[in-house]
Design a binder for this molecule. Sequence first.
Ligand SMILES: [Zn+2]
Length: 369
Amino acid sequence: MTEENKQNKQRAQEKIKLIELYRQFNGRFPTIENVWCALLQPALVAMLIFCRECQSTNFIRKVGTRKGKCQRCGLWQSLTAGGYLSNTRRPRAWLFSLNLVAEKQFFSTELVHEVVGVSQSSAAHIFKTVGFAVGTKLDEDTEQVQSSVFKEVFCHRSRETPKDKHPAEEEKYFERSENESQADANVSLPSEGAAQDEVEALKSLFATLSESEQKIARLLSSTPVHADILTRDSGLSVPLTASSLTFLELAGVAARLAGDRYVLAETTVEKNAKLRNGAADANMNSELSQSQAEVLPLFLAFCRRIFSGLSRKWLHYYLAMFSCYLDEHKWDYAAISTACFEAGYIGGRRLLNYVSPRFVRLPIQASSI
Ligand SMILES: [Zn+2]
């Protein structure tokens, strides 16, 4: 069987499974009243919904609707206003999706769209909302890891993906924009992505250079520059420029060309880039604690199986989803629903503009799998 046939068969099986789950779900919650009751009851019991007039948490809900009457001041109001279900026209899709997460049943948004009938973007919005809400509850004590350890599953493009680049390049892009914002990284970055390795290699060299050598090194690139220009642009004296250049040449950082012109030495750049990458790989593994190292392959497999890879931008959401999957006792329906209520209104714009930070939390409850 070819790879494509295998995938098609797997997809068909997943779809059959989702159809069956949706059938069972509709059997459990046949009416809209059942749906609203299940969606709102946990929050009413936990007193997470407040009267907009008197702040009371005591409501009587009108059967079959999201409307409730405040028991203290008597005001009728929408119980979803200002919350994560604010304005939703698809309560059934929400409840079903929340239940899927609670039951550790994960499906692509494409399949949810096909089976439940919501648009794919609505399905994505629901799952991202859950990820966002659960993500706010991820244990603060969880050790953080660099998002670059997940690089191999970044394969979905987002608005953050640099043009004409593989989505995994987003990681570099984030790293770079973070470095750019740091005061000490005032290296003039070439705009071409191809020159990025040069810059990275150069940065690691800078630590070993004197201040004047750094000034000169920053001015060097693959384009030859005359020593006089380097003197002028660095603001250094002629002798200091000359001695710095001599040192850089000896250190293999700069190469001297005919006519007293200088370039960044190519071999050094390559060598240092390699060294740097090697060091980064070694760091990547030593950075992880043992339990994290055990969990990482599970998370990567989870992403590949369910989402066939993911977008770097949303990494934090997927990790939150994964923590639901790992810690099934903690993340039952009530816990997920409560987290969503506590997160408040999570607008599409807020979700859309969200970018996972460079350091994320990798859940580590591997024992409960
Ligand atoms: Zn009231």
